[in-house]
Design a binder for this molecule. Sequence first.
Ligand SMILES: NC(=O)c1ccc[n+]([C@@H]2O[C@H](COP(=O)([O-])OP(=O)(O)OC[C@H]3O[C@@H](n4cnc5c(N)ncnc54)[C@H](O)[C@@H]3O)[C@@H](O)[C@H]2O)c1
Length: 359
Amino acid sequence: MSEKTVRVELDARSYPIHIGSNIWEKHLLPLTAKAEVVLIADDNVAEQAWFVPLREKLAAGAAKLVFLQVAAGEKTKNLTVFANLCSSLAQAKISRRGKIVAVGGGVVGDLAGYLAASYLRGISFIQVPTSLLAAVDSSVGGKTGVNLPEGKNLVGAFYQPSAVIVELEFLKTLPSRELAAGTAEVVKYGIIKAPNFFELVKNGMPEDLSRVIEKSVSIKAEVVANDEREETGLRAILNFGHTIGHAIEQTAGYGNWLHGEAISVGMIGAAWLSHRLVGLPLSVVREIHAALTANQLPVAISDLQFEQLAPVIAVDKKSTGKAVKWVLCPELGRTVQSTEVPEDILREAIEICAGRKEF
Ligand SMILES: NC(=O)c1ccc[n+]([C@@H]2O[C@H](COP(=O)([O-])OP(=O)(O)OC[C@H]3O[C@@H](n4cnc5c(N)ncnc54)[C@H](O)[C@@H]3O)[C@@H](O)[C@H]2O)c1
């Protein structure tokens, strides 16, 4: 199968994203040869058959290999686990030349990335995303960090990996619910930037995920290259559906809904707001709804309440001063940002997200 490479262009911090089948050895082993390597994975990933040769071959080529296993799930992305990992690196005497290899989904990637950003004020790290969400989104762009009890991703750093290696063979063991969750971000890229790509994925993902991943990371790479630290507002377009989505994740408690599932419902809300406020045709709102459904994603969560979500939305970290910055979509492929979302229209959107309002 052919291999693809997309580059994230960030001057000295530029890096490649390699996508393909049976490519990991070719790309990972030269980067880790004779190095002090810290391999981080969660319990589920560590028990996959493909993980054994990965670990063994890394160990064989490295000067030293430290393997750190964390519990699977969003709850692991916290400051206590982070501090324990820092101590493990210090105890293993990992030097500034150490390299962290994060193998797993977005949880391990965000946590290991923040560890790489912080330990000895920054050591190199390589992302090997093994969930679809991590492959198309979280492994690219340099956002790393952990959650606080007060909210998701409240502590972290912008810190770019030195390479991203998307091994399609690893993705094959991903549970189907997790695979579906990853498609939410894929559909999002189509909505915000690429109407033709939306057409490609609106009836479900094509068999060959390499095209989907390549297009998704190309869009993300372009956005990140133009606004690495979310300063100009361009990168914020990636947050379409995330304002309500994050509030759902938080009010439903970490872990009840997968990130992609919450974002799916959040995108329904954002599509409705876009219809009411910036003229997105109702037919397109329905198309987005159909596309998410076709990709086995939830499009409503029945117990959502405005009274619960609104206060959480108000403290969303993307807030600018007092006003929340919403990403809206006037037509497929184009976004605008607005702080003007009247309360009654937000109520409507949440009624739709709860499945209580027809449209
Ligand atoms: N940094 C960013 O820019 C960014 C962007 C989006 C999301 N995120 C973060 O990503 C996280 C969600 O990522 P996720 O959806 O990958 O969740 P995750 O890391 O929890 O992985 C999902 C589940 O799949 C398992 N898994 C992963 N790969 C597997 C494989 N190949 N085979 C079998 N099991 C496998 C994991 O063990 C886990 O149980 C959230 O914390 C979210 O905040 C970060």
